[in-house]
Design a protein around this ligand. Sequence first.
Ligand code: CA
Length: 705
Amino acid sequence: MLKGSCKRARCHRILSVVGALVLAQLGASVLASPQGLGQIDSVQSEWRVHGGTPAEQRHSQLTHIDRGNVSRLGPAWHFEFDNARGLEATPLVVNGVLYTTGAWSHVYAFDAKTGGLLWHHDPKVPGATAFKACCDVVNRGPAYHNGQIFVGTLDGRLLALSALTGELNWSTVTVDQSLPYTVTGAPRVVNGQVVIGNGGAENGVRGYVSAYSVDTGELTWRFYTVPTQSAKGPDGAVSDSMLESMRATWQGDFDQLGGGGTVWDAIVHDAELGQILIGVGNGSPWDHKLRSEGVGDNLFLSSVVALDDQTGAYRWHYQGTPGDTWDFTQTQPIILADLRIDGELKKVMMQVPKNGFFYVIDRTDGSLISAEAIVPINWATGVDKDTGRPIEVAGARYEDAPFVGSPGGIGAHNWHPMAYSPDTGLVYVPTQIAFFVYQSFSRFVVSEGAPNWGVDYLANSLPSESDADLKAIADTLSGSLVAWNPVTQTEAWRVDHAGPWNGGVLSTAGGLVFQGLATGEFFAYDSSSGRRLWSFDTHIGIMAAPITYMLDGVQYVAVMAGYGGGYGVSTPFAQDPHPRPNGRLIVFAIDGDSEYVVERKSFGPMVKVTTEWPVAMVETGRVIYERSCSLCHGPIGRSSGVMPDLRRSSLLKSEDAWRTVVYEGLLEERGMIGFSQWLSVEEVESVRAYVAGLAARAITRSTDE
Ligand code: CA
């Protein structure tokens, strides 16, 4: 095999040539046969759309890998990416080719059987875009339609690439690139249109979803999920008909920061009912008091909205968290199903938004069928079955005092896909428990140089640098794979993991459920009992959901391994901090025995700085660091290993070197912009003073031991 035996650049060229040949053959056979490459078979044996099937159940009919032989699963091939940033993509397999996306919106095509790289497309996302992204430079995957691959890039473009060669057919800018919009979600193809959303509600944008012609990239319709002030008039968009009813649920200068409501993940096509269901995100800013004077439901924040699948016109909505003030997005994956409830076959959608409730909603009209908390939560005691509204706990809105909320902003369930098996009738949900201290910003001013949550992140800075105290906090965090019966709204079984932020789920007709963990372990469970049947240590944290496909009589299971994302970069608890290895795409088969080795890297030593700074300056540095820098580099200087641990950075030794990077932006290409627009030279130096102090105390602690 070429990979592993040749240097990367040369390898890439050789494989590209080989790839073009293989693809030319595949393409030719597709054209030669009226049914394509066994189209009817391939619909069942491949993974052609984001959620496996249009209903996005992430359940495969394949049975070659089953409870009896899964213990023999081993790596058939893998591909190592050239960086260690987070990987969240669900790959596609179409006509024998595996398509996936990596960090910085790169797109890759592989021979799904051998792992040979067929092509690679670098959309050249400017490094400074990373600063706009709340949650790492991730991408959750491509869409395929009729010989084209569609990908949303971090800087807001929608690309149509040739599936054969990776060459660009067309590109459309889907956002105002002067604003902090990003795109990380997978587009979906619906009736000859590519439907795509965006993100950015942490920084200040107005959410919407757009549809573009698959052939030309021309905009066909757009639906804004939140209103503008009435003085600004209608948008000339399909959402205009809803503007007045949306505005009636907002108050004050609500569109100062765009209002939020970004559609950054779930977009599901319900072809049966001719509608698209979109999941809408949190408000911007988070704090309802700052956003809307604490008044109103703020439609369509934290809702599912059903739109006509031809025109984008509004049909119905269900709002799980009216007047959201906790970052409780309802963008989480949506699964469509038909369930027999009280003897009646119901067309439902199922979803577990961040707020912790498992919702079963009638997708013919958006009415609530049932909702129960899937993990212990403390912001609400339940959902009122008549009104569909949560029964909130007094104080949860932190009007007068901080509220330690569970779930917090990372949610009881985040973007990590869940799966539904019609065989067992169970939904397998990657859940988590992690609190967050909600505290209003007493003097909130809109900032371009920091997140605009309206909630003071400083309240979440760690109280102590001692390992014992950190462990005590880590012990309050947990994650579980929960098998949930959506008809009875009860738990069938659960497997508890060491911490939160574990991978998405795949279910198969072989009676298996697959899930990777933040620790890097990859597991197969019996889908009926939760009994662990197989594991493999990838040595790389896994967040993404696995897929499965069948080629030439062999069933494969593929997963993207690469740790990061919002929680992954901002918290040091997942494992012993060490520099993360590069991400990989790993593909397994029965008796797979390809070589798999990951070298563990170590952090360099703490840097000793002899300069002494005034105490007030160190305190200034602490506030700046913990409010802004810690979201990537980790609280109290402890990196999770995705981004550099600044206490060990040689830049720390020199005021000039530090300023060149932190103030002037020397490393902008890698995503570290300079902060000269927002911070003074003295403030940048104060951050160095704070980090140097953290390093000095870490050195003292290690000599004390
Ligand atoms: Ca958010």
